[in-house]
Design a protein around this ligand. Structure first.
Ligand code: ADP
Ligand code: ZN
Length: 874
């Protein structure tokens, strides 16, 4: 029996073993197959085949760089020996629900697997129903990468693979069975299932195989009937072909050329109308043919074309075209004037270029202050790597930033660039993916999931703004695109460059421990100074101007000045909505979400109170829902309120707001940002969306309202995030010729994250924060796993979490288990949440223990979130 292991996109499921019927060729690794799973037929992807070889843990070496400083913190040689097993995945499991694969045992993974496979041959192994690809759909190296990710992040291998798949890759099987003449003739001589199936097909109508399969139980029976010629099975859609956009194209046939070349007078054989003549004349000039839509525009109708086609003068065919996401790009990118690198840039480029040329795995951290010209370095590196015939992947944070960087790369590399981000339609993403897969592209710019793009011979991966939270996927598989990028570079023997003005604690720690090469840009280009930052202590402002003040006097003066000078300003508040809560002054109740343990946010324009976690909303109440009293008050404020204040104060100013409420629609954010860039707006108010990466040369003022919004959160990264946000947003000011200024309003002017951000002193912040993390045993001084157990009541969730804690503690290992505790957000979308942490220096041990404990409790597994290297622990 020839066996393959197949990953199917089902949560928390490992790969499954199937046999390949003799009449099929062996599918290669990475090919899609249709397989039965329970009563369903699903598309899966072949991850391994006999002899088991490719996706094997021994071929995944230890990344020196990924993840972190945990190993470094341990430091001694014993731990570095242990390090060899960290990040090393368990062998992918063979059969769903089997638990032995998690024990790392004495037997080598390969042997264990072969033995297990042998045992299975006697068991009931189902057959592959169909093979969809004769060549790998996913390249083998991407299969290997997803296998690694599923291990590392304790997710199902099919789920991880789904992250790498383009839209429409998982084809639903649409197979139909129909009875043949032979089937009719032999029906009465058949027995059992075969007879049943033939009978249900007796009226000659094609019936969906799924319907037959579930009723009669067996795909093998159908296959047998087909083999014997009693039924015909239609092949399923091959999916891919159907999903491309095509256009109809008309072209001259050889005979058409001949006729078109003759004089109109010389029509002895064929008489043509004037329209038909016109069509032939047009097509004469287009050897590749013309799209019929183009001919229609020139007055050549469909009937004319079909007549010409009937007499054999014109051929009509379909041609595939790619949907181009740049087509609708609202702002054409002006070609960038060639610049001369500053001496700092040149030194950085030389260093990184050398690493890229070595064609071996290297990881580097490019720490460059805002406006130091990192993009220029990425461009030149990309160019150099392309010259060596290798491809380039540039990862950027989610959405807001993507179009501009993509545009810069598109301007530089033209057609050879593909972009991939979640703002694209399915069709566009599909086309872009296939362009990459065909090798039509050697530069990919994309967000998180583009880390799995099917690029060939990768030479360079750049992760821009590597600290950004959007690299972390907050649903399963909970991977961090940055860390997967490092692993991918390692597997490909490529250079990975992590760039940021505010590197994550993990990455900087790795640079200090020499796991990454540290390259620093300390100055802005052209000696432009960093914005000068002024802190406004809001306690004093409240004392003098009253407790309702939102815009401080200093900020108002600065805004007025900018308006007068026709310069631009950005005002940031990282909280959307109008007011944060509705409060009853009579009974002190607040209006809470019925599904989540948070209060509803007031959205005034929409006249609704809305939950930011589950999107529940209700009309703004006029009286208290608790005591029916009329004394409702709105507390706290968000971007909508700030915008209203600014508009009221500066009625002549052109103000727009950028947050998730205003940019819901596709393309909306690009539109707003390009209007701002074009000078059609004076002031942009927004959330962190406006803090990232943008380069607006006319912005000379940045105001930050409630700089401390994030500090109140019960999350160990609160200070880091605050520092990053403030430094990044201050970095938006003064990027052109005009000197920049930032005004930061806060109630905690002495907090170290705010103080250091105002001085834009990254290293000082890193040192303070590293001390805090060490003292509290948080990453990067240890590795952290966050486990959230969901339940119908808090008590039930706590009890289940308690059970997990007990089981983990009884395993006596090198890690610490903390909890259970009520999660900071104790209820989301109607589910109560209890939480526990694992902390230790040995990630594999923690993950394996956890997976083992959960595999003994399959029902609980489904309600448990396992987050390795969490970005947020709320
Ligand atoms: P960063 O990403 O480091 O914040 P950018 O790459 O956006 O900075 O560069 C900031 C600005 O400086 C951009 O407008 C860019 O075109 C410009 N720039 C970059 N390098 C140079 C250079 N060597 N000379 C002149 N201008 C430069
Ligand atoms: Zn809610």
């Amino acid at each position: 029996m020839r066996l393959v292991r197949v990953a199917v996109p089902v949560p928390a499921l490992d790969s499954l073993t199937y046999s390949v019927p003799d009449e099929f060729p062996m599918p290669p690794i990475g090919a899609r197959v249709l397989v039965p799973l329970g009563s369903r037929v699903m598309t899966g992807c072949v991850v391994d085949s006999e002899p088991w070889s490719v996706v094997r843990s021994s071929s995944l070496e230890v990344p020196t760089s990924i993840g972190m400083a945990a190993e470094h913190a341990a430091g001694d040689s014993a731990s570095s020996a242990r390090r060899d097993t960290d990040h090393e995945p368990r062998p992918p499991a063979l059969v769903a629900g089997r638990s032995s694969a998690t024990s790392s045992g004495e037997v080598s993974p390969k042997r264990a697997r072969n033995e297990r496979a042998k045992a299975e041959t006697t068991a009931d192994i189902k057959q592959v129903i169909d093979i969809l690809d004769s060549t790998p759909f996913l390249p083998a190296d991407v299969v290997k990468l997803t296998a690694w990710a599923s291990e590392y992040y304790a997710a199902g291998v099919g789920e991880a693979m789904a992250a790498a798949m383009p839209p429409r890759a998982w084809i639903e099987s649409e197979r139909y069975a129909q009875i043949t003449d032979v089937g009719h003739a032999r029906m009465l001589t058949e027995r059992g299932n075969r007879r049943d199936i033939l009978e249900s097909l007796v009226d000659d109508k094609p019936v969906r195989v799924e319907a037959l399969g579930t009723r009669k139980g067996s795909h093998a029976v159908l296959a047998g009937l087909e083999r014997d010629g009693l039924i015909a099975l239609t092949k399923p859609l091959k999916g891919a072909a159907a999903a491309f956009r095509t256009v109809r194209v008309a072209a001259l046939t050889a005979q058409g050329y001949e006729i078109a070349g003759r004089d109109a007078a010389d029509e002895s054989t064929i008489r043509l109308g004037t329209k038909q003549r016109e069509a032939l004349a047009l097509l004469m000039g287009a050897p590749e043919g013309l799209e019929t839509s183009e001919l229609f525009e020139r007055g050549i109708g469909g009937p004319t074309l079909s007549r010409l086609s009937t007499v054999g003068l014109v051929s009509l065919s379909r041609r595939r075209v790619d949907r181009d996401p740049f087509e609708q790009a609202s702002q054409p990118v002006p070609p960038r004037p060639p610049v001369e690198l500053t001496s700092e840039q040149a030194a950085a480029f030389e260093r990184l270029g050398g690493l890229a040329a070595s064609q071996q795995f290297h990881a580097a951290l490019l720490h460059g202050v805002t406006g130091s010209g990192k993009t220029e370095i990425y461009l030149r590196l990309a160019d150099a790597v392309r010259q060596q015939g290798r491809s380039v992947l540039l990862l950027v944070p989610e959405i807001a930033l993507t179009p501009s960087v993509a545009g810069i790369f598109r301007a530089a590399f033209g057609e050879r660039v593909a972009i991939q981000h979640s703002g694209l339609s399915d069709g566009e993403r599909y086309d872009q993916w296939h362009r990459i897969r065909r090798g039509d592209v050697d530069v990919v710019v994309g967000t998180r999931s583009a880390v799995f793009a099917p690029l060939r011979s990768l030479g360079l991966i750049v992760v821009d703004e590597e600290h950004d939270g959007s690299y972390k996927q907050e649903e399963t598989p909970r991977y961090n695109g940055r860390d997967v990028a490092v692993m991918r570079a390692r597997q490909a023997g490529a250079l990975v460059v992590l760039g940021s003005a505010t590197p994550s604690m993990e990455s900087y720690q790795n640079a200090l421990s020499s796991r990454y090469t540290l390259v620093t840009l300390e100055k802005r280009v052209l000696d432009r100074p960093l914005a000068d930052v002024r802190i406004v202590d809001m306690r004093e402002e409240y004392a003098t101007a009253g407790p309702d003040v939102i815009l401080s006097g200093a900020l108002c003066d600065a805004l007025a000045e900018r308006l007068q000078r026709r310069e631009q300003a950005i005002v940031l508040l990282n909280r959307r909505g109008y007011a944060s809560s509705v409060f009853c002054r009579q009974c002190a109740a607040t209006v809470e979400c019925p599904n989540c343990s948070v209060s509803l946010t007031v959205h005034r324009a929409a006249r609704r109170a809305r939950c930011h976690y589950c999107n529940y909303s209700m009309a703004l109440p006029k009286a208290c829902l608790n005591c029916a009293g009329p004394f409702l008050e709105q507390l706290g404020f968000g971007t909508e309120r700030v915008e209203a204040e600014i508009v009221a104060r500066f009625p002549e100013a052109r103000v727009a707001r950028v947050d998730r409420d205003t940019v819901r629609k596709r393309g909306a954010i690009a539109g707003l940002l390009s209007r701002f860039a074009a000078g059609e707006l004076d002031i942009l108010v927004g959330t962190q969306m406006i803090a990232k990466g943008h380069d607006f040369p006319r912005v000379s003022l940045v105001g930050v309202i409630s700089a401390d919004v994030g500090l109140g959160l019960a999350d160990f990264r609160a200070a880091e995030r605050t520092f990053q946000l403030l430094t990044q947003v201050a970095g938006r000011a003064g990027r052109g010729e005009i000197r920049g200024q930032a005004i930061v309003q806060t109630l905690y002017p002495d907090h170290y994250s705010i103080r250091h951000a105002c001085k834009q002193d990254y290293v000082a912040f890193f040192n303070d924060e590293a001390n805090f993390r060490r003292a509290m045993h948080y990453p990067p001084s240890v590795a952290l796993v966050n486990v959230v157990v969901k339940g119908r009541s808090l008590a039930a969730a706590m009890q289940d979490a308690g059970g997990i804690v007990q089981a983990l503690r009884s395993r006596k290992d090198s890690y610490r288990v903390l909890g259970p505790a009520t999660a900071p957000l104790s209820r989301i979308k109607g589910e109560h949440r209890a939480q526990l942490f694992l902390k230790g220096t040995h990630r594999t041990a923690m993950r394996e223990a956890l997976v083992a404990v959960l595999e003994e409790r399959p029902e609980l597994r489904r309600r448990t979130i396992v987050d390795i290297d969490p970005m947020s622990v709320l």
